[in-house]
Structure formats: C-alpha cells, structure tokens
Design a protein around this ligand. Structure first.
Ligand code: KG4
Ligand code: ZN
Length: 349
C-alpha cells in the first residue's frame, strides 16, 4: 500500500498530536479529543433532538441558544475524560460551515477564544469533509482513490478523494438533499423528527414494491441527484388518498419511498464507479446510518470487489470526533486558520 505524504509525516512525528474537535453546525453540541489521528480519548455529544422534535424540525434561534448553554460543559467533559488540559492540546479544530449561522458562530467563537488563550493553533474544518473523515476513525488503512457518497440533511454529494484533503466533487443534489427528503416525507406522514430513523423503522414491515415512485436519473452520464420529484410524488399519493378517503398503508409508503431513495443513491454511486477508478467506497453523513442503503451498497460493491466502508451510526450523524479527525490531517498539512475566522453558513466543498 502506497503511503501519502501526510501519512508519512504522521508516522515520523515524534511528539504526540492531540486535537480537540468542536462541532456545533446544527442541533448537536459535540466535542472530542483525538490522539495521533488514531485514539479517540473522549467523545461527548449533547443532542437537541428532543427540544426540536415538538416543532417538527430545527428552530435556528433555539439551536444557537442551546449551543451557548452546552458548549462549555461539553468541552470541559471531553477534556476531563481525556485527562488533558487546554495546554496539552496541539490544536483546536472547529466546524466553520456549512450550517446554521448562529449555531456555527457559537463553536467558532468558543474555539477561537480557547485556542488564542491557550496559545495553540486553530483549525477550520468544513463540516462536509468532516463527515467523510468519520470513516478514518474506525479504519486506519484506507486506500486512495476513495469515492465517498455523502448523504446528509443538507447535502448529497459524490466526492472523489485522490488523497488526504485532495478531492473533487463529481455530483451534487440539484434540489433537496436525501436526508431532507426523508425528513419532509416523515413529517407529512406524521412520523417524528429527524425523519430517517422513523421511515426506516416504519419500512421494516412495509412492501417496498407497493408504490412505484420515480427515480430521477437526470441526463445520461450525470452524477447529480434530484429528490424533489420523488418527494412530491409521495406527497401527491398521500393527498390523493386522503381526498378520495381511500386507505393507505403507511408502512408500504415508507418502504417504497426508502427503496426509491436507496435505488437512486446506489445507481448513481455505481455510475460514478464506472467513470473513475476507486479502491475504496465510503458512505458518510446521517443517511449513511440507513440499513437498507448499507445492505444494497454492500451487495453491489462485493460484486465489483471494491472495499466498502461506512461509519458506526454515532459517527454518521453530526459529531465532534469527525471534526477532530479532519482537523488532524489539516494540522499535519499546516493549514492553520486565522484569528479572523468567521462562520460560513453556505460553505461548499
Ligand atoms: O449528517 P447529519 O446528522 O446532519 C447534517 O449534516 O445534515 O444528517 C441528518 C440527516 C437527517 O435528514 C436524518 O433524517 C438523516 O440524516 N438520517 C437518516 C437515518 N438516520 C439519520 N436517513 C435515513 N435513514 C436513517 N437511518
Ligand atoms: Zn452533518
């Protein structure tokens, strides 16, 4: 296996590298301490899901306030569990975008102040990169080129990583993200928030062939995604049934919708693999926690003899460990952020 320059650098490091990763882009306040890019010493997540559940989605102002309340406690706990103080850290890595501006600002301002006071570097992490780096938390032998399918609440991307921090976006969603479609359909079906886990649960006893929902493939050769037609089709099916006072089977609807999303994601991933040569295929983002998606990809990739990786569920959704891992590679690459770092809510890859 060929080692990248950054991996060589990591192996030759004499001093221990301790990174504190901080994540506050949406509704999870999280902090983690990662040693030498290998050993996760602590990982604290304070989730706001229960608070936002009664509104059926994240309320940005409430999210920022909750981050303000939690960030100090979460970081203190992460350091305490790791047995380290600020002065023992090599750097603080923080998500600076994309996400909700108020939420991001809490993390960015906090990390900036702590790094400045401790006299250590600040590392700016793109949340989307962080999701892909979650895979490195449980595997330290990943070979490039790596094709990543990032499917979260705000993004759906196919990304080719030629090496650490060196990547190209091959496809992106033109409308809704995959997770967003799960959330919107779940809300219409009267299931809970976030929608993905509820749809997955309802789908277990449903028939995935009961409804023939559209699978938008766009132009031939395109690796972009579109989920809004599928979402509208589910909503129309539901509205028509309600207007005609017809009964519908919630579990069949959930299973058929989930199958359509999975089909689109799998077909586009395989199409991408036809266009590039990849040694590894990795899933990332909240939707990567979906069992049917993992099963379908696993079958398809086994046939092609491509190594298939996905993070454990806790590392699929937003977390500080993935930020620490991406931060570790940025630290090795000497990508230090300026003290003028600001939140960038619309940051892209
Ligand atoms: O990555 P993430 O925690 O936050 C963003 O960066 O957006 O992703 C959250 C998204 C939500 O839309 C949620 O419904 C979806 O991930 N999700 C799932 C599952 N678990 C979470 N979607 C499908 N199946 C799941 N099991
Ligand atoms: Zn995320």
């Amino acid at each position: 296996m060929q080692r990248s320059q950054l991996e060589e650098k990591a192996l030759n490091q004499k001093n221990q590298i301790s990174i504190l990763g901080v994540e506050t882009s949406c509704d999870e306040t999280s902090a983690a301490v990662l040693i030498d890019g290998r050993e996760l010493k602590s990982h604290i997540i304070s989730s706001q899901i229960e608070i936002h559940q009664k509104y059926g989605g994240v309320v940005p102002e409430i999210a920022s306030r909750e981050h303000c309340l939690q960030i100090g406690k979460v970081i203190d706990q992460a350091l305490e569990e790791a047995g380290l103080g600020f002065k023992d850290l090599s750097a603080i890595a923080v998500t600076y975008g994309p996400g909700l501006v108020g939420s991001l600002l809490v993390g960015v301002a906090g990390a900036k102040a702590m790094a400045y006071a401790a006299g250590i570097p600040l590392i700016a992490v793109n949340h989307l990169e962080g999701h892909v780096y979650a895979n490195f938390l449980e595997h330290n032998d990943i070979e490039f080129p790596l094709l990543a399918l990032l499917a979260s609440g705000g993004h759906t991307n196919l990304i080719l990583f030629k090496n650490h921090l060196d990547y190209e976006v091959l496809g992106r969603t033109r409308d809704d993200a995959a997770g967003e479609a799960f959330d919107k359909v779940a809300r219409t079906l009267g299931l809970g928030y976030p929608g993905g886990p509820y749809i997955q649960k309802a789908a277990v006893t449903g028939n995935p062939q009961a409804y023939d929902f559209p699978r938008a493939m766009l132009e031939p050769g395109s690796l972009d995604f579109s989920f809004s037609g599928l979402k509208s089709s589910v909503l129309n099916t539901l509205n028509t049934a309600c207007m005609k006072e017809e009964k519908f089977n919630m579990n069949d609807l959930a299973a058929s919708f989930q199958m359509a999303v999975v089909d689109i994601l799998v077909r586009k991933s395989l199409k991408a693999l036809d266009q590039v040569s990849a040694k590894t295929f990795a899933l990332a983002g909240g939707v990567a926690a979906n069992s049917i998606l993992k099963e379908s990809l696993s079958l398809a990739l086994e046939e092609r003899k491509i190594r298939f990786l996905y993070p454990s569920p806790v590392f699929c959704t937003d977390n500080g460990a993935m930020v620490a891992m991406a931060g570790y590679y940025h630290f090795l690459a000497e990508n230090k952020a300026s003290w003028k770092l600001n939140a960038v809510p619309g940051l892209t890859l």
